[in-house]
Design a protein around this ligand. Structure first.
Ligand SMILES: NC(=O)c1ccc[n+]([C@@H]2O[C@H](COP(=O)([O-])OP(=O)(O)OC[C@H]3O[C@@H](n4cnc5c(N)ncnc54)[C@H](O)[C@@H]3O)[C@@H](O)[C@H]2O)c1
Length: 447
C-alpha cells in the first residue's frame, strides 16, 4: 500500500519542460492505473503540473491529451478493464474518450509553489541549476516537513548535496530519465548515502510499473550517462580543434561529426548530440562536474564562445531543433557554424571535401538503424571494426582513436566507482546513446 499511498498527491516541477512534460505523461498514466484499481472511487488523486510558464503548461496539456489518447488506442483491453462493470455496453470509442477525459481530470496545472502544500511525492525536473532546485525543494519541504518523497531528474548534481542543502533527511533519490522519457526505457537511479529505504523500494516499484530499465549509479557528479557524454564531447572538441589547424573550422567539425557517427555506427555525431542536448545545458553540466572533480579540467572555451555568439542548440517548444554547431532545416543539417564569419557555411559545399579528407573506408559500413535489427549484428560489427582498424586513412584513424578514448572513459567510470560494473556503463550508453553497442568492447583494442 505504501506505493499506492505515495501516489495520491503527486507534483511534477518543471512540467512544461522537455523532460517534465514526458514525466507528467508517465505519472498521469500511472496515477490513472492506480486510481482505477481502488475499490473506493471517491479517493482523491491529484497530479499537479507545476511550472512558471503558464503558456508552456497550456501546450503541455494538449500534448498530454494527444499522448494519453494514443496510449489508450494502443491498449484497448486495458481501458475496457478500467471500466469493467460500469460501462460494459459502451463502444471502444466511447471508453477511449472517457479514459482520456478521466486522466486529464487528474492533472491540475499550477504556476505557484504554494499550491503544493498537500503533496506526497515530487518529481523535480526544473532547469539544471542547483540553487533553483534547492530553493524549490526546501520550500515544499517547509509546507509539510518530514513527509514528502522527492525524485530528482538532475543530470549531474550530486543527490547528497541537494539532500543536505534542502534539509530532506534522505527523502530524495536521483531518478534520471532519458530524453524523451516516454520513449527511452532507461532510468539511472542514484541514491545518496542517506536515501531512505522506503524511497528506494518506491523507485524500484515505479520503474517496474512503468516498464523501464533501472541502472544504478553512484552519487558522483555527472553519474554514468553524462560522465561519459561530457568527456566524449571534450574529446571530439579537442579532435576538431586539432584538425582546424589545417582545415576550416566548419570542415573540421563536420569531419569529427562524421567519424563519431557514420564511422562509429552511432545515431548522432558528437556535435549533433551536443546541439540536441543544448550547448547551454552541456555547459551547465560541465560546470557542475568541473567544480567537483578536481583532477580533471571539464570545461570548453569553444562552447563558451559559441554561447556568447548566440549558437545555443536545444529545442524549440514545438520540438524542432535549434541551431548550434549546425544549422537545421526540418531536422536536417544544412549548415555549420563558423565563429570567424559568425555565420553558417552551407554543408553542401563541405560534404565532399570532408569525405576526400577522411579518405578510404572499409568496403561495408554498417548503418546503426539497420544493424540493430540484424541477427548477425555482433559478428558484422566485429568484422567492420577489424577492417576499420586495418584501414590506413585519416578518417579510420580518427574514428579508432575516438572509439578507444570512449572505451577508456567508460572503464574509468567503473574504476572511479561511478558505475558498479562494465555492464551498467554499457547498458546506459547503448540504450541511451549509441544503440548498436556499448563502449566497453573488443573493437578498439588494436592501436
Ligand atoms: N534535456 C535532456 O536531454 C535531459 C535529460 C535528462 C535529464 N535532464 C535534466 O532534467 C531537468 C530539466 O531539463 P529540461 O531539458 O527538461 O529543461 P527545460 O528547460 O526544457 O525545462 C525546464 C522547465 O523548468 C521550468 N522552470 C524554471 N524555473 C522554474 C520554477 N522556479 N518553478 C517551476 N518551473 C520552473 C521552465 O519553465 C521549464 O519549463 C534538468 O535537471 C536536466 O539536467 C535533461
Amino acid at each position: 500500500m505504501a506505493y499506492e499511498n505515495q501516489f495520491k498527491k503527486v507534483a511534477v516541477l518543471g512540467a512544461a519542460g522537455k523532460m517534465g512534460s514526458g514525466i507528467l505523461l508517465l505519472t498521469a498514466i500511472e496515477m490513472a492505473k492506480i486510481k482505477f484499481q481502488q475499490d473506493d472511487p471517491d479517493i482523491d488523486f491529484i497530479l499537479y503540473a507545476m511550472d512558471v510558464s503558464e503558456e508552456g503548461l497550456k501546450g503541455v496539456m494538449k500534448y498530454i491529451e494527444k499522448q494519453v489518447r494514443k496510449n489508450g488506442e494502443r491498449n484497448p483491453d486495458q481501458v475496457k478493464g478500467y471500466y469493467n462493470g460500469n460501462d460494459q455496453e459502451m463502444t471502444e470509442e466511447y471508453l477511449l474518450e472517457k479514459y482520456v477525459s478521466d486522466v486529464i481530470k487528474l492533472i491540475k496545472p499550477v504556476t505557484l509553489l504554494g499550491s503544493l502544500r498537500d503533496v506526497d511525492t515530487v518529481f523535480e525536473a526544473v532547469s539544471e541549476d542547483k540553487g533553483l532546485k534547492i530553493k524549490l525543494l526546501a520550500e515544499i519541504e517547509n509546507y509539510n516537513p518530514g513527509h514528502v518523497w522527492y525524485l530528482t531528474n538532475t543530470s549531474s548534481i550530486p543527490i547528497g548535496e541537494l539532500n543536505e542543502a534542502a534539509g530532506l533527511y534522505g527523502r530524495i533519490i536521483g531518478f534520471h530519465f532519458y530524453n524523451p522519457p516516454a520513449i527511452q526505457k532507461l532510468v539511472e537511479v542514484i541514491e545518496s548515502e542517506d536515501t531512505v529505504s522506503g524511497l528506494k523500494d518506491f523507485a524500484q516499484q515505479l520503474i517496474e510499473h512503468m516498464g523501464k530499465i533501472m541502472v544504478p549509479a553512484n552519487d558522483i557528479a555527472g553519474f554514468i550517462g553524462n560522465g561519459h557524454f561530457i568527456r566524449d564531447s571534450l574529446f571530439g572538441i579537442k579532435q576538431a580543434e586539432k584538425l582546424s589547424g589545417e582545415n576550416s573550422f566548419p570542415l573540421a567539425v563536420y569531419m569529427v561529426n562524421t567519424i563519431s557517427s557514420r564511422f562509429l555506427v552511432r545515431p548522432m555525431g558528437i556535435f549533433q548530440l551536443i546541439d540536441y542536448v543544448g550547448i547551454d545545458v552541456v555547459r551547465l553540466i560541465m560546470n557542475v562536474m568541473n567544480n567537483r572533480i578536481k583532477e580533471e579540467t571539464i570545461s570548453s572555451p569553444l562552447l563558451d564562445k559559441l554561447m556568447e555568439l548566440g549558437a545555443k542548440g536545444g529545442q524549440n517548444t514545438d520540438g524542432s531543433q535549434k541551431n548550434g554547431f549546425f544549422q537545421y532545416d526540418d531536422g536536417k543539417i544544412t549548415g555549420i557554424y563558423d565563429p570567424e564569419s559568425r555565420s553558417y557555411t552551407p554543408v553542401s559545399g563541405l560534404k565532399e571535401q570532408a569525405y576526400v579528407k577522411l579518405g578510404s573506408t572499409p568496403s561495408y559500413m554498417p548503418v546503426w538503424k539497420e544493424i540493430i535489427k540484424d541477427p548477425e549484428k555482433d559478428k558484422k560489427l566485429e568484422d567492420y571494426f577489424v577492417e576499420l582498424s586495418e584501414t590506413d586513412s585519416p578518417g579510420a584513424k580518427l574514428a579508432m582513436e575516438y572509439g578507444k578514448n570512449s572505451k577508456k572513459i567508460a572503464e574509468k567510470l567503473v574504476s572511479d566507482k561511478v558505475a558498479f560494473s562494465d555492464k551498467d556503463v554499457n547498458t546506459i550508453l547503448k540504450r541511451g546513446f549509441f544503440h548498436a553497442y556499448g563502449p566497453i568492447n573488443n573493437y578498439f583494442n588494436k592501436l
